[in-house]
Design a protein around this ligand. Sequence first.
Ligand code: UDP
Length: 329
Amino acid sequence: MQEVYGLITGGAGYIGSHVVKLLGESGYKTVTYDNLSTGNKDSVLYGEFVEGDLADLETLDGVFKKYKIGYVIHFAASIIVPESVEDPMKYYQNNTQNSANLINMCIKHNVNNFIFSSTAATYGLGDGNPDGVDEKCLPLPINPYGRSKLMTEWMLEDVANITPDFNYIALRYFNVSGADLDGKIGQMSEKSTLLINVALQTALGNREQLEIFGTDYDTPDGTCIRDYIHVVDLAQAHLDALKYLEKNPQSHILNCGYGRGASVKEVVKAVKELLKIDFKAVESPRRAGDPPVLISKAEKIGEVIGWKPKHDNLTKIIESAYNWQKAKN
Ligand code: UDP
């Protein structure tokens, strides 16, 4: 019998590479498909690797022909909110159009299990519930990044509605951070715009200062609140989702977060305390496209796929990211 592979688009990227590692350690065969625009081939620790773009239908089709693909986990995307505001069509091309290409290929090759890397940015401002936003909240994204991802969720929903065997799980990530606990992989980008990375790079002297974007939000300390989740826990959510789809022909949209938030100032303080380094953090104007508060309601994912986070601790998240950054410095 031909061996079954998982196709992991964007598997050379930050989250994708952690999932490829976990799948490899768990005995799954994978083919990573990545155009290396932001990913790094060295981060793909397991399985096969094909350099390719989701806009290149010939190469993509070739992968489906060469390997018996049993499921797809789709990470490949552009992910920077402010960039999406400046260059929306890049996001509709890379995220929406390329997802359409991939879904078409799944239909063509009869691949029926699809896990999609979605985002809390689909919620936009959320429903204002201080306990967090749940999956029933009407998604109203406030930036092109969130819209481009929501459109992909809609495509998956519509395809699942008319394709009896096709099932998907869209995982709506909150703020993913941290690094592999073995120290083998982590966030590679020197140009990362993500708060914890920027804070660590500033603490390590790679950046002169950190800007706190907006101190006049309607939050206790005036800065934005986010639900930071450890990338190792997030990787496990993908494996749990895959095991679920292997047994249950049902589609779901699931939040991936811990259900509690930290403000920008709290994150900066936590980094300074952990590292015992006092770096420069200056108050700056708001950044375009930022919702004031984004916290997950976190129950559904546990109920549906049995996900149990093990690293729900901001300091642990920062520490793992720091160990990785330090090793690279
Ligand atoms: N942020 C900041 N300074 C930075 C990077 C981010 O103040 O250098 C803020 C950002 O405005 C947002 C929060 O930190 O309120 C989290 O931003 P990040 O880019 O990490 O993730 P996002 O929530 O945009 O996905």
